[in-house]
Design a protein around this ligand. Structure first.
Ligand code: TRP
Length: 467
């Protein structure tokens, strides 16, 4: 059965624009900021290995599933799943997964915007030459000075959220393509320049070893983190890729497209790791330094090379742009849904959702300073507390939202999307969407979606529960 419907929200001019948009969504703070610091926290090579396995066996099949659901449904994720379930006689409750995803995406945007704000602040810092000749202590103090100051964080968070809302209100198709075409290659070139610098630190092999030395004893500790990050970095599990898939032209192969996006994303993350860790070791910093890792190490690099200030400035501009092309994909599923549901304009819907994310994001802003003692998910001697002020363990607001989304909501969403594409949609409609000619390849793809990815998610959940 042919399916020539077009989404009311717009359509990409070609499959290349989808690749550009999906890569823009996938490549972001997850690659340059989060991947290195998670690798540092969860034991280096073991984490990287599990991350790569999760990308290949779980992340990519789910990305395939999301893209094909979106392209077949041609509506917001919630309504696409609802109508496809109807078409194939499945339960309409499958669309609950897309509702959860939509909320998860908004929660992610709330803290993402705060961190993207840090890189806005660093653009100014680099421009003013604040980091010239800076030491490791100096760089640490500069980062602390930023996160201690709620007003400065709020300013940048607000600006970034306005920027995200602005593009989404205009429509994704218009502004995105031209900027991404220039931005993504430039970001990669600058990462390569950083990589060359990290060669000169004399600690390159130590960094390499840290990233790729597999220590089996560290596997159990980071397995859910690795899977959560595989979802995060590919933008899957919430409907971001699904909504982009719904703007994809009919005549294009989904399989090759998804592979391209996944490879580019992985390449950027590994390059960022290879560029950062030698600097970490050369400066005598801890690899397990947490969320500040990139914001402390990069100024040291840029502060101590010729033209470092200019390169640093350009670099943080690109990081901000990469974050921005990701943040819009977090807003789009909800915007598409509420436009369909309420019939209001994109601008009105976007404004309301952006305000919501901004308010939640203030929790993250405060969790780095005056609200640092507000703890969530506390496992204490006297039992579990969802919230406790001043608790020893537990997670602050930022860590709590990150945990809830990456470790719980994204995997659940991804599991549901794969099951839906694999078991609820008819085999014929999946075949029609994927348009993979070789029966062998098609069966492999279907098997990954139906069996491997769901079992992978479940194994990791069980491994975590029995830890
Ligand atoms: N993948 C992006 C990054 O690595 C972030 C992102 C965009 C995302 N859309 C998402 C993460 C949806 C989870 C869900 O920076």
């Amino acid at each position: 059965m042919a399916n020539d419907k077009v989404s009311i929200h717009g359509a990409w001019a070609s499959r290349w624009v989808f690749i550009l948009a999906a890569t823009g969504s996938a490549v972001g703070l997850g690659n340059i900021w989060k991947f290195p610091y998670m690798t540092g926290l969860y034991g280096g090579g073991a984490f990287v290995a599990m991350y790569l396995v999760c990308i290949a066996l779980v992340g990519l099949p789910i990305m395939l599933a999301e893209t094909l659901i979106g392209r077949r449904g041609r509506q917001s994720p919630v309504n696409s799943m609802r109508s496809l379930a109807k078409e194939s006689g499945g339960s309409r409750y499958w669309s609950v997964a897309a509702v959860i995803g939509m909320v998860a995406a908004l929660l992610i945007l709330s803290f993402y915007s705060v961190v993207a704000g840090w890189s806005l602040d660093y653009i100014i810092g680099m421009g003013q030459g604040n980091f010239s000749g800076i030491s490791a202590e100096g760089a640490g103090a500069a980062f602390g000075g930023l996160t201690d100051n709620p007003w400065r964080l709020t300013l940048w968070h607000t600006l970034f959220m306005l920027g995200t809302g602005f593009v989404i209100a205009k429509g994704v198709v218009a502004g995105l393509e031209r900027s991404l075409r220039i931005m993504m290659p430039m970001l990669f070139v600058l990462l390569l320049i950083l990589l060359v610098y990290s060669f000169t630190t004399g600690h390159f092999m130590q960094g390499f070893h840290f990233l790729f030395h597999f220590d089996p004893s560290k596997v159990q500790g980071g397995i859910l983190a690795a899977m959560g990050h595989a979802f995060f970095t590919l933008s899957v599990g919430v409907g971001s890729i699904m909504v982009y898939g719904s703007y994809m032209p009919k005549k294009s192969s989904i399989g090759a497209t998804v592979l391209t996006v996944g490879l580019l994303d992985t390449l950027v993350a590994l390059t960022a790791g290879l560029a950062l860790f030698p600097i970490v070791f050369a400066a005598g910093l801890e690899p397990g330094g947490g969320p500040g890792l990139m914001f402390v190490t990069l100024p040291i690099a840029f502060g101590n090379v010729a033209f470092g200030q200019v390169m640093g400035l350009v670099f943080f501009v690109l990081v901000t742009l990469a974050a921005w092309s990701s943040s819009i994909s977090m807003l789009e599923p909800a915007v598409a849904y509420f436009v369909e549901r309420t019939g209001r304009s994109r601008t009105a819907v976007t404004s309301m959702l952006a305000v919501f994310c901004w308010v939640v994001g203030m929790g993250t802003v405060l969790s780095f300073n005056i609200g640092a003692d507000a703890k969530f998910f506390v496992f204490a001697n006297d039992g579990f507390h969802l919230f406790q002020w001043g608790a020893e363990g537990g997670k602050n607001f930022f860590e709590g939202i990150d945990y809830l989304t990456s470790r719980i909501l994204l995997p659940i969403g991804g599991l549901a999307f794969a099951m839906f594409a694999g078991w609820v949609m008819t085999r014929d409609s999946v075949r029609d969407e994927l348009s993979i000619k070789s029966p062998l390849l098609f069966n492999m793809a279907l098997w990954l979606i139906r069996v491997v990815a769901p079992i992978g998610v479940l194994i990791v959940f069980v491994a975590e529960l029995t830890k």
